[in-house]
Structure formats: structure tokens, C-alpha cells
Design a protein around this ligand. Structure first.
Ligand code: SAH
Length: 340
């Protein structure tokens, strides 16, 4: 059965018209779901019984199950169980500017990045829109606090689930939905070029992050299979087009992997690669996982890498680390739960 949390306001308006009811009920229902946070349709007082009965038969209002919570300083990780028994994770990070939640977009992932725990396991399926919305809604309810920022950087490749992702953005951004400002939402992709171009047409000003992780095709091919489909000489021009269209800035994520992509030569090459792109680089200390052989770059080398970029006038930050103790890296909690 379909779930009500997967409908945008437009979808709801269309639904009410289709069943011969009134369009304005959509806004009322939206408000019951996202402002008053009802848990069953009986709580609704301003829509006729017969219409409610119809909705009840067409759309479930059930929430997911949270089956594990792990807490560390300023971070909390939630393991969700979906209706078909699959598991996904979301992570809450407390910043001085607000609460940020990192959500999953698929069960597993087909991109196969060599260093990533999610990529080690194949994609089982895409998440439905409601499964993305409910990750946020349920964490907000548990905390009884507002979530101000969202990053789509959990399990999965969001641009491999594009249509559901776009609906999710429309719902969480809507003032009567979760009202999360577009500029407070970030989506991260490993570089699915056709979707980057399509996303440049999407009217909301959502931030785009690209998982770059290498300064040239030789290294990128070794760690990210997507690079064989969309090598840097295709990816970089696509990003430039996106920037032209949107007038925005893009973030490059760069995980530092010991002996793989962290030499001084790599830093120089990286500086050159992005020199005429409006961007900033987020250096990510690798979160080692038991199942994979990659090692984290030593802090002193991370600093050297950072300095070289700075000297070359690149905007660069080193990602603050959360949750080392609680297996917070992409896909780790799910793997633990399922012992794979
Ligand atoms: N598929 C998307 C979003 C999910 S991964 C993407 O590739 O961008 C989110 C980010 O976490 C990516 O930059 C990914 O490369 C990174 N990541 C994966 N495993 C990691 C680990 N063990 N330590 C640090 N970052 C990791």
C-alpha cells in the first residue's frame, strides 16, 4: 500500500480532485501531517468522514520502526526498519547553527566505490519518497526539536533515485511541510553526469556536493567505478554547466586515503583541476571500516595537503568528525546489524 508521507502538495491536490473532492483539502491534510503531526486519520476534524475513509483505503499513515539508536557526543545514529524488513540509517549531528540530519536514499548502493561500506553491498532497491521523509519526521519527533539542515549523504546514490529524491525535496522544503530552507539542504553525488545536468534545471536552490576523491582519472578509476562511465573530462564540464545555470557554488568532497590520493603531487593537481571553478573543497579524514583495507591519512599529512590547497587560493575546510565510536560512516551500522 502507498504511504501518505510520499505525496507532495501537488500530488495531494490532484488526488482530492481525482476522487471528486475539494482541492483545498490538500493544504489541510498537509498541515495535519506536518504541523499537527497526527498519527492516525481519526484525528482529522475538518475533512468529511467519507473522504477520510477513502484516503484510509488508498494511503497508509504508518511510520517506520526505529530498531537501534547509538549516541555519542553531539551525534546520534538511528537504524530504521522498513516495511519489507530492510534496514537503513540516518545520523543526527548537533552543530552550533542547528540540528543537521544525514539521510539514506537507497537500500545498498550500486556505485561500488572501493572505500565505502555501502558500496560493498549491492543495491537492494530505491527508497520510496515517504521512507526519506519519515527519517526526518521521526527524528524530529523523537528529539522534540526542529531539524534545520539536511544532507543526503547516507546509504545510496541519490541521483540513482532521482524522481523520488525530487519529490522528497518538494515535501521537506514546503513551508507547510517540514519547512527546511533549500539553502539548508545538500545532496551529494559520486558524479552521475546526466542527473547533474537535469538538477541544474530544478528551481529550488539546493546545495550540490560532488564526491571527487581523486585529482585525475588514473586514481579515480581505481577507487570509483563511476569514473569509467563519466570521467573527469566529462564530469568537470558538466559541473561548470551546472554552475553557469544556477549561479551557485559547488562543494567537492575529498576523502584522504593513505598512500592513494594524499600526496603533495595530488594536492597540486587537485588545486589545478578546480582552479577556475566556483567551489570549496571539503577534506574528509577517512573513517576506517573493518571490512575494507583502506587506511586513514595521518593528521600531519592532512595538514600538509590542506596547506598546499590554501597556498593555491582554494577554499578548503577539513570536515569535523562525528561519531567515530559509533560506526557512523556510510553503511556501517546497517552492516553491523545484518552481520555482513
Ligand atoms: N553516493 C553519494 C552519497 C553517499 S556517500 C556520494 O557518493 O556522494 C556520502 C559521502 O561519504 C561520499 O563522499 C562518500 O565518498 C563518503 N564516504 C563513504 N565511506 C566513507 C568512509 N568510510 N569515511 C569517510 N567518508 C566516507
Amino acid at each position: 500500500m502507498k504511504n501518505i508521507y510520499g505525496l507532495t502538495l501537488d500530488d495531494m491536490e490532484k488526488y482530492f480532485l481525482d476522487i471528486g473532492s475539494k482541492k483545498f483539502h490538500a493544504l489541510q491534510l498537509f498541515s495535519w501531517l506536518y504541523e499537527k503531526r497526527i498519527e492516525n486519520y481519526e484525528q482529522i476534524t475538518d475533512i468529511k468522514k467519507e473522504v477520510l475513509e477513502k484516503i484510509r483505503n488508498d494511503y497508509s499513515i504508518d511510520r517506520l520502526k526505529i530498531v537501534d539508536i547509538q549516541e555519542d557526543v553531539d551525534v546520534c545514529k538511528y537504524l530504521f526498519e522498513l516495511f519489507d524488513g530492510e534496514h537503513i540509517e540516518a545520523v543526527l549531528m548537533r552543530h552550533d547553527y542547528g540540528n543537521s540530519v544525514c539521510i539514506s536514499s537507497q537500500v545498498g548502493c550500486n556505485m561500488g566505490c572501493k572505500f565505502c561500506e555501502s558500496g560493498r553491498r549491492k543495491k537492494v532497491r530505491n527508497l520510496e519518497t515517504y521512507e526519506m521523509v519519515l527519517q526526518l519526521l521521526m527524528i524530529e519527533e523523537l528529539l522534540n526539536e526542529r531539524i534545520s539542515h539536511v544532507v543526503v549523504m547516507g546509504i545510496g546514490e541519490p541521483f540513482d533515485n532521482y524522481d523520488n529524491l525530487i519529490k522528497f525535496f518538494k515535501i521537506i522544503n514546503h513551508p507547510k511541510g517540514l519547512a527546511i530552507g533549500a539553502r539548508h539542504i545538500t545532496v551529494s553525488t559520486c558524479g552521475v553526469v546526466p542527473k547533474i545536468l537535469e538538477f541544474s534545471e530544478f528551481p529550488l536552490q539546493i546545495n550540490l556536493a560532488i564526491s571527487l576523491h581523486a585529482p585525475n582519472n588514473e586514481i579515480r578509476n581505481k577507487i570509483m567505478p563511476i569514473n569509467k562511465a563519466y570521467p573527469l573530462d566529462v564530469l568537470i564540464p558538466a559541473i561548470k554547466k551546472y554552475l553557469e545555470k544556477t549561479n551557485r557554488r559547488v562543494t567537492f568532497e575529498y576523502i584522504l586515503l593513505d598512500g592513494i590520493n594524499d600526496s603533495e603531487q595530488c594536492a597540486l593537481e587537485l588545486a589545478k583541476l578546480v582552479s577556475n571553478i566556483n567551489c570549496y573543497i571539503n577534506l574528509i579524514p577517512y573513517n576506517e571500516t573493518n571490512n575494507l583495507d583502506f587506511k586513514r591519512t595521518k593528521t600531519i599529512q592532512i595538514m600538509r595537503f590542506y596547506d598546499i590547497l590554501k597556498k593555491n587560493n582554494i577554499n578548503v575546510t577539513i570536515r569535523r568528525e562525528f561519531g567515530g565510536k559509533i560506526s557512523a560512516a556510510c553503511g556501517q551500522l546497517r552492516s553491523k546489524k545484518e552481520e555482513l
